[in-house]
Design a protein around this ligand. Structure first.
Ligand SMILES: [Cu+2]
Length: 699
């Protein structure tokens, strides 16, 4: 014990003798700011010849010195910015005494240069986003008719009608990638890929997210798509690692969480490139949002790595969409286009429900043929009408039927959504329909005319989905089936990859695709997976066989993956088109008086983006009811439904159509949705391929 005291005293004496208290002084730092892990040289005097027990701290956080034996001297120290450090005083502590402080700034990331993400949590139109009280997640508020609201942006009074809705965000890359044809041929594409909502898209769902999901960094495993490490993966978490709190598998890939020290961090360009390069999807990422929403859709051009000779711009064009601003229309001649290394956020309102589609508008025959084509739909506000409320009233206002809405609320009482001619609003109840003004003028641009009368249809408890604001429940359905018809010319794609001139005049499609896949990949879903709310039996053998060397479709996400030239497989074709309907699973009382049970209905949201061919799709055994064409309800101005019952539809490139398959009274079994153009049932050969999928009706 005595010896120990002597040693302690000796050490203390030596320290005090060689380094006078507080004698050390920092004169400069180089650099004076940096990321965690960055090297910093501290210059000054009196640090001591060796480190010993001396320490360097960044705003109280201790830093590890770099090889102290050679990098610690009386006048210079080399350290690394510790993880988790924040901006503040850098101090060298020698012998327990602190030096003078020098300020050091810590940034999370340097920011994304010309890449950006844009997803506000509130706008003038949506100043207070609706939130579910239980989950604390943003939600779509109910539609209770137009409500006059006063706002004072920048102190300026603004009065407007509020129909509810929410803010939604999504980000996509423009670049290139590969996909797999049904015969195994891997095909090169110019293409869009997801930069947000990745997990939803890989599972065949829309990638459109509320801001509280989008505004989180992406993490869904230890690596990005190209194998690079994801910094939000914590390898030390129990169970072999986990994504850090505050991240999301559906978050924005380049999103950086702001800190007090770094309130405007910009975008993480490396995360965007690690994800977006070679990540092409066919179809392009699925977009779906609701009427009255504001959509912030960011396109980031990551370049086409297989074609470094090309400096291709890309744009986003919402085809057939009611878009007021040419800036956001994506037609390059009339507005702007996005260069490689740049981002642009398109802004859309959603005035009219319907099935649309989107594509790049740069050299359309080429970029469409090469794969830059996506699905898009807008859900009607009728979906958000409160339970037990009369649907007709939600259109016409409460004065024309029993309603929980007030006597004035309804789409007809909002000038933006009303269907009445130029003669002005009628105050008398019309005898039929309501699309005539007082002078008899017909509103030919009306997107959802009133039905011929109040059918006394109310919103069922628990809600329902409709294709359009029909007012009579006639477009109700249970299952969304986005179906994109497309065709690839393999020669065009091959010369597009191999630096050869493309023969536009000889373009001829030979691979035919239903939502980016050909039969039997269209029904390629693993056994036991969930489809349309039904669990597939373990004996399900649809599609290609999943083996250890051929994981297509991906056993957990249903997405077909294709190895690109860097040998990393990416989920390139996320949309299976297998339809599963229960012949007794529909809501009671929705299939006509005296009929029971009611079957489930699938809404086929069909878009044709084929560049060279007309396409026909036929349904064997289950009639199709066509309720909409080119994103318009099939109804005349007097309110008569003009729906078509048919077993086949034909579309040209650039057309879309809504058809309902009703399984009421259909015997359980497997039915086919296929093209009767028999040369479109093969992929450039006698074998597999073509436009065909299956409709499985279960009891
Ligand atoms: Cu393009």
């Amino acid at each position: 014990m005595r010896k120990l005291h002597v040693v302690c005293l000796l050490v203390l004496f030596l320290c005090l003798a060689t380094v006078p208290a507080g004698a050390q002084s920092i004169t400069s730092l180089s650099p004076t700011s940096g990321l965690a892990g960055a090297f910093v040289t501290i210059t000054g005097t009196g640090f001591g010849a060796t480190q010993g027990s001396s320490r360097v701290s960044f705003n109280g956080k201790l830093a590890a010195t770099v090889t102290p034996a050679t990098n610690w001297s009386a006048t210079s120290i080399l350290v690394q910015v510790p993880a988790g450090a924040t901006a503040g005083p850098l101090i060298v502590t020698v012998g327990g005494i602190a030096s003078n402080a020098m300020n050091f700034t810590v940034a999370n990331y340097q920011g994304g240069g010309s890449f950006l993400l844009q997803c506000p949590t509130s706008t003038v139109w949506h100043p207070a986003p609706a939130t579910d009280l239980t989950s604390r997640q943003m939600i779509e508020p109910p539609y209770t008719g137009p409500v006059v609201t006063n706002e004072f942006p920048n102190g300026i009074p603004l009065t407007y009608n509020l129909n509810g809705g929410a803010i939604k965000c999504q980000q996509v890359s423009g670049g290139d990638g590969f996909m797999t044809e049904a015969d195994g041929n891997q095909t090169y594409m110019f293409s869009f890929g997801p930069l947000s909502g990745l997990n939803s898209i890989q599972n065949g769902q829309p990638g459109t997210q509320f801001p509280d999901v989008f505004n989180q960094p992406y993490c869904n495993g230890a690596t990005y798509n190209n194998g690079q490490a994801n910094p939000y993966w914590d390898t030390n978490a129990p169970g072999g690692g986990a994504c850090m709190p505050g991240t999301s598998p559906d978050g924005g890939v380049g999103y950086i969480t702001p800190t007090s020290a770094n309130p405007n961090p910009g975008a993480d360009a490396s995360a965007i490139m690690n994800t977006g390069v070679m990540n092409g999807n066919i179809p392009a990422p699925l977009i779906a949002f609701d009427e009255d929403d504001e959509l912030f859709l960011t396109l980031t051009n990551v370049g086409m790595i297989m074609r470094p000779d090309l400096f291709e711009q890309h744009t986003i064009h919402f085809h057939g969409y009611p878009n007021a601003s040419s800036f956001y229309d994506g037609v390059p001649d009339a507005s702007l286009a996005i260069n490689i290394g740049g981002s642009f956020t398109y802004y859309y309102l959603a005035p009219d429900a319907g099935t649309y589609f989107w594509h790049c508008h740069i050299t359309p025959p080429e970029h469409l043929q090469m794969g830059m084509v996506g699905q898009l739909y807008v859900r009607p506000r009728q979906n958000r009408v409160p339970d037990n409320t009369n649907l007709y009233s939600s259109l016409a206002g409460g004065k024309y039927g029993p309603s929980a809405l007030s006597s004035t609320n309804g789409q007809q009482n909002d000038l933006r959504t009303a269907c009445q001619g130029t003669g002005g609003g009628s105050t008398a109840a019309p005898s039929i329909g309501y699309t005539y003004g007082v002078n008899g003028n017909i509103d030919i641009l009306c997107s959802a005319p009133l039905p011929i009368g109040d059918m006394a249809v109310t919103q069922p408890a628990g809600g329902a989905k409709y294709a359009y604001n029909d007012g009579d429940g006639s477009t109700r359905y249970d299952i969304d089936v986005p179906l994109q018809i497309h065709g690839f010319d393999p020669n065009f794609h091959f010369v597009g990859m191999t630096f050869n001139p493309e023969g536009f005049a000889e373009m001829k499609d030979k691979y035919f695709l239903l939502s980016g896949r050909s039969y039997p990949d269209t029904i390629g879903i693993p056994p036991g997976a969930m489809v349309d709310g039904h669990v597939l039996p373990a004996s399900w053998t649809g599609g290609v066989t999943v083996t250890s060397t051929n994981p297509n479709p991906d056993p957990s996400t249903n997405a077909i993956s294709t190895a690109a030239t860097d040998a990393m497989p990416r989920p390139s074709q996320p949309l299976p088109s297998l339809i599963v309907l229960s012949a007794s699973g529909g809501p009671a009382g929705t299939c006509g008086t005296g009929v029971s049970p009611c079957g489930q209905r699938a809404l086929l949201r069909i878009a044709d983006l084929d560049v060279t061919e007309y396409q026909t799709l036929a349904s064997l055994g289950i009639p199709m009811t066509v309720v909409g064409f080119n994103a318009k309800l099939l109804r005349d101005q007097a309110g008569n439904n003009l729906y078509i019952k048919t077993n086949s539809i034909t579309l040209g490139g650039g057309e879309s159509l809504d058809a309902i398959l009703d399984s009421t009274g259909v015997a359980p079994g497997t039915y086919f949705l296929y093209t009767p153009n028999l040369d479109h049932l093969s992929n450039d050969a006698e074998n597999f391929g073509g436009l065909m999928t299956e409709v499985v009706v279960i009891p």
